[in-house]
Design a protein around this ligand. Structure first.
Ligand code: 13P
Length: 252
């Protein structure tokens, strides 16, 4: 059975002290009331090692929000997959729409990042999703399929086992406008069928596909109830323990 996962993406929020405090509080809350799903927090690079010390890795997984497309060397300011792994993190988010849009990350660059992340033993939370104009012109499936093809379809079935997918329609990110549960389910089912076609039925059945985009405690239950939705990738609501836990509890 595929895993149910609620992952937080802190983005560029919280200084180190505030990040540590949030991780500590979340750990306390989830130790007292165990989650019914895997929980992951993805933090800025500089928080990783400190946050790793604050959380029980049996309850909360840890991830980065990005990694470099080069393994090491003279790339000032970059952080490699190996460095991420050495902090104690087990995951990395790649292909987030904000990275694609603001930092010009192409499918080819993402392919390099994915290869390096997997080679260093990280699980990849790979984000895909269409912008508003693409949905309005009915091109969302085509766009998402080409994002999958462009970065993942050279992987082996074995490598693909370490991929988690996150469908994040760009028009729903940080806008307060959530995809309806039906829209999410329709796209998740399409993604699963595209994975089945490429990697086989077993890979498709086993891959967790998360929904992301204005997910909140008030809408998580309805979205997670859909057959092909295996959890969420949470932005804003991951910055407050009560909200994040409210979403985690949607699995109860
Ligand atoms: P919001 O939950 O703030 O809409 O962000 C979603 C997201 O981009 C998670 O990666």
């Amino acid at each position: 059975m595929r895993k149910k996962i609620v992952a937080g993406n802190w983005k560029m929020n919280l200084n180190l002290q505030d990040g540590i405090a949030l991780a500590k509080d979340l750990n306390t809350a989830l130790t007292a009331d165990k989650p019914n799903c895997d929980v992951v927090i993805c933090t800025p690079f500089i928080h990783l090692a400190s946050v790793a010390n604050e959380i029980d890795s049996n309850i909360i997984g840890l991830g980065a929000e990005n990694c470099a497309d080069k393994s090491s060397g003279a790339y000032t300011g970059e952080v490699s997959a190996e460095m991420v792994k050495s902090t104690g993190a087990q995951y990395v988010i790649l292909g987030h729409s904000e990275r694609r849009a603001y930092y010009n990350e192409t499918p080819e660059i993402l392919k390099e990042k994915i290869n390096l992340a997997l080679a260093n033993g990280l699980k990849v939370i790979f984000c895909i999703g269409e912008v508003l104009e693409e949905r309005e012109s009915g091109k969302q499936s085509e766009v998402v399929k080409s994002q999958l093809e462009g970065s993942l379809f050279d992987l082996s079935v074995e490598e693909f086992k370490n991929i988690i997918l996150a469908y994040e329609p760009v028009w729903a990110i940080g806008t307060g406008k959530t995809a309806s549960a039906e829209q999410a389910e329709e796209m998740h089912a399409f993604i699963r069928s595209a994975i089945a076609e490429k990697f086989g039925n077993e890979a498709a059945e086993n891959v967790s596909i998360l929904y992301g985009g204005s997910c909140k405690p008030s809408n998580a239950k309805e979205i997670f109830a859909k057959a092909n939705v295996d959890g969420g990738l949470i932005g804003g609501a991951a910055l407050k323990v009560a909200d994040f836990k409210g979403i985690i509890d949607a699995w109860k």
